[in-house]
Ligand binder design. Structure first.
Ligand code: SF4
Length: 448
């Protein structure tokens, strides 16, 4: 096949929203170096693997796709292959990759992402291979070349790392300790995004509630201050954030969400388990009563707040009674949506060394119970919405219908007598639901 002369890149992204956003930064660097996006990796001049190591399956997929990239490189020796992110950052993995996959040109970790352009120069101009992992986080250095995908939504990092050390989680070992970005930088980036026309900004951090920044005049800013300040930025847009740790979400944060019109009435609050014994083993630092008290506090200030959660089933030693305790909390809260996961062992974490690992059959039975339970609760939530009006951001149009999310982050499909436009806010009356999906009609357009 004849290759055209324009250099092309392809990025394989694994894992969470944070990684998706990091890939936008990598894409920005590649565009600065004259590359354009390839439709598939087979036509790329550089393939980047931006990896995750939260679950064993993600690592297995990376290794499988590296095998495919090796074949592409055999056919095209000029192809550059880079791997970065959580996987090479994990102790011993970069050396393993170098040995097992000598065809990789660039290996770097989570802390030195901002140097990707320099590494690329070394390979392109000097024909050198690069392996550089920083074992400690340093001052945040943001890349100002972010190539965001087209659409109405954009992500903005407000902090990096995590100090919590939940016993099942590898993140603190590969993303380092918490560092908060300066409030001026955050405001500057959001200002630019709003001017570019973005309508939904999601503030990102492993635990946004522990944002903590002190400026040169010794002014302290916490997460509620960030929400307060960014919601005063001029323009017609909505702000969301993720993720919150239940132990850290404060009344001040919830009051700010209630008071500020630009803040979505939506909080993702990972429960992980409803059993106090398992929560202790998970090192989550709250119990089920404290979790439920936070939910009550949120609903007290914001009655229709969308609350979603993550739950892990089959954590080591989880008994039927522990699992029933989780189901009890799920019933009590009646979440708007639930993201359920089967516990999977991660080497390097405390939970990996625990006795009492649960067999896969039991884990599968429990997750099925939980999914069924949530489906029934989701139907109840959907029914409650019938006849209500709410503000929906039109994210895309398909066949003349609008698709978007309400203020409390519920997906809505809607129609209108007038032509709809993406990036506009509409007051939509919910008319029906199919399973947990909502359907409505536009009452009026909001704003210009
Ligand atoms: S809060 Fe816990 S689960 Fe979340 S990133 Fe930190 S250690 Fe991992």
């Amino acid at each position: 096949m004849m290759k055209d002369s324009i250099k092309k890149y392809f990025i394989h992204t694994y894992g969470c929203q944070m990684n998706v956003h990091e890939s936008e930064k990598l894409a920005g660097v590649l565009c600065q170096h004259g590359y354009v996006k390839a439709e598939e990796d087979a036509e790329a001049d550089i393939i980047v693997f931006n990896t995750c190591c939260i679950r064993e399956s993600a690592e297995t997929r990376v290794l499988g796709n590296l095998g495919h990239a090796k074949k592409l490189k055999e056919a095209n020796p000029d192809l550059i292959i880079a791997i970065c992110g959580c996987m090479p950052q994990k102790a011993g993995t970069a050396e393993m990759l170098k040995k097992r996959c000598p065809f990789i040109d660039i290996i770097f970790g989570t802390h030195n992402l901002s140097l990707f352009g320099e590494y690329l120069d070394k390979v392109e101009n000097e024909g050198k291979k690069v392996l550089e992992i920083w074992h400690e986080e340093r001052q945040i250095k943001e890349l100002d070349t972010i190539k965001r995908d087209e659409g109405v939504s954009a992500w903005v990092n407000i902090m990096y790392g995590c100090n919590n050390f939940c016993s099942y989680c590898i993140v603190p070992y590969v993303k380092g300790r918490e560092r908060s970005r300066s409030i001026d930088e955050i405001v500057g980036e959001i200002n630019s995004l709003v001017k570019e026309g973005y309508k939904e900004i999601t503030l990102l951090g492993q635990n946004v509630n522990s944002y903590n920044f002190v400026d040169e005049k010794n002014n302290h800013y916490d997460f509620a201050d960030v929400l307060d300040i960014v919601s005063d930025i001029e323009g017609d847009f909505r702000i969301k954030f993720m993720t919150s740790h239940p132990k850290d979400i404060s009344e001040k944060v919830v009051k700010t969400i209630a008071d500020k019109q630009k803040l979505a009435k939506y909080i993702h609050l990972p429960l992980q388990s409803g059993s106090d014994r398992i929560l202790k083993l998970m090192n989550r630092k709250y119990d089920s009563a404290q979790y439920l008290a936070k939910v009550d506090m949120i609903r007290n200030y914001i009655p229709d707040c969308g609350i979603t959660s993550d739950i892990i089933v089959g954590f080591p030693t989880e008994t039927n009674e522990d699992f029933e305790a989780t189901e009890t909390v799920v019933r009590k809260v009646c979440f708007n949506n639930l993201f359920t996961f089967i516990y999977s062992r991660r080497s390097g974490t405390v939970a990996d060394k625990m006795d009492g690992q649960i067999d896969i059959k039991t884990k599968r039975e429990r997750i099925k119970h939980l999914i069924d339970l949530q489906f029934g609760l989701g139907l109840r939530k959907a029914e409650e919405q019938i006849g209500k009006n709410g503000c929906v951001l039109c994210e895309k149009l398909i066949g003349g219908k609008g698709y978007g999310k309400s203020q409390n982050d519920t997906p809505v499909t809607f129609d209108s007598d007038e032509p709809l436009e993406t990036g506009k806010f509409y007051n939509v009356k919910i008319k029906s639901h199919r399973n947990t999906k909502l359907y409505g009609t536009v009452i009026n357009k909001i704003g210009d």
